[in-house]
Design a protein around this ligand. Sequence first.
Ligand SMILES: Cc1ncc(COP(=O)(O)O)c(C=O)c1O
Length: 405
Amino acid sequence: MSLSLIGKSISESATLTLNAKAAMLREKGEPVIHLGGGEPKTKAPFDAIMAVSGLVNTGEVRYTPASGTLLLKKSIIRYTEEFYKRKVSPAEVIASSGAKQSIMVALQAILDPQDELLFPAPYWVSYPEMAKLCGAKPVPVVPKSSAFHPTIQEIESKTTAKTKAIIINSPNNPSGAMYPEEFIADIVAFSEKRGIYLIMDDIYHRLVFDGKKAANCYDYAKDLSDNSRLIVVNGVSKQYAMTGFRIGWAVANKELVKAMSDIQSHQSSGPSVITQVAAAAAINSDQTSVESLRLNLENNLNIMIRELNSFPDIKFSKPDGTFYCFVDFSHYNKDSRALSNYLLDKVRVVTVPGYEFGVDGYLRLSTCGTVKDITEGVQRIKWALDPNSTNETIIGNRKIVKDKI
Ligand SMILES: Cc1ncc(COP(=O)(O)O)c(C=O)c1O
C-alpha cells in the first residue's frame, strides 16, 4: 500500500498495544494483573458529573469556539492564578481534547521540518512521535544521574542551531522523578537566553508526595511579555481522574495561542462542550477528590516500594510523584521488551518496557491499581525472576512451573 512518509514513520502506542493484549487475555478468563496502566481508577468529581447531566438534559449540545468556551477558559485562568500565581487573559489560553492535543498543536505551530525537539529521557512515549508528525527531529537527552535528573549541561550539549523547542515533564512519566527547583530555574533561563520555546508538561504537578511541591516555571521567567516562549500544559485527565473526558489546556503568548487555535479549528474544532463543562466544574469543585487521589497513590506507592524492597538485584529511585515506579530490571534481562512480554506470558502481569520511554533494561510499574493488584503483581514478577523462589506457584487456578532464565 502507498503510505505517506509520516504514515510509515509513526509507531503504534506501546501502551495501547499492551492494553489490547491484556484485554484479550482477560476475555479468555486469564488472571491478568495490570501494572501498566496510566489512569487513576477513582471516580470523576461529583460536580463534573452533575454539570454533564445538566447540559445533556437541555438537549442543546453545540459547537464551541475552537480554543474552548469562555467558561472553561475562566476556570483555567483561575487555576493558573491559584497554582502558578500568574494572571493571564482568555487570549493566552487554549483548551484542547486532552493535554496531548495541546502539546501537538503547540508543536505544529512551532516546528518546521528538520527542526529539533529536545526532551530528557526517560520520556513520555508520544513526544518523539509528535515531533515526527511535524517532520521534525526528536532529540532525547539521557541523564547520567541514576535518579534521571537531567543537568543543564546535558541539555546544552544536545542543543544545536536547529533546536526549536524543549519539553520538560516533571514530575515525570515514567520515572516519577521531580526535577530539582534549580534545574527548572536553569532551563527557563537557558531557553530564554537561546530563544528556544520551553513546553512545561505539568500534567502530574499536583500528584506529588512526601510534602514536596512542584516548581513553578513562571517564578524564574524574566520575560513574561507577549514574546514569552514559555508554554505551560495541564489537564484534567490525571489529577481529576478524568482521562476519558479528554480535556487539556495550554497557557502561552497570544500569538502562539492564536496559531494553535487556528490549527485546532481545522483538526477537530473545539473540544466537546459536554466535557468542557465537566472540566470547568472539576476545576471549580472543592478539590477534595484531588487530595484523596494523591493520598491513595502515595499509599499505593509505599506498598509497591515495600514489595520491591524484598526483591534482589533490582534498582529504583523513589518516585516524587505521578503513579509510576521505574525499576531497573537489567540484572534479569537487558531487553525490557522481551522481559515485559515474558512476564505477561508467564505470570500474566502487564508492565511497560523502559525501551518505549528511551531507557532499556527498565520496566514501568503503575500504582493505579488496587493494593491487592500491586502486592500480588510484584510478588508474581518476583516469583518468575528470583532464582531463590519456589519451583512452582499457583496463578488463578493453574499450577505454573518456573522457567530457567
Ligand atoms: C506526560 C504526559 N503528558 C501528557 C499526557 C496526556 O494527557 P491527556 O489525557 O490530557 O491527553 C499524558 C498521558 O498519559 C502524560 O503521561
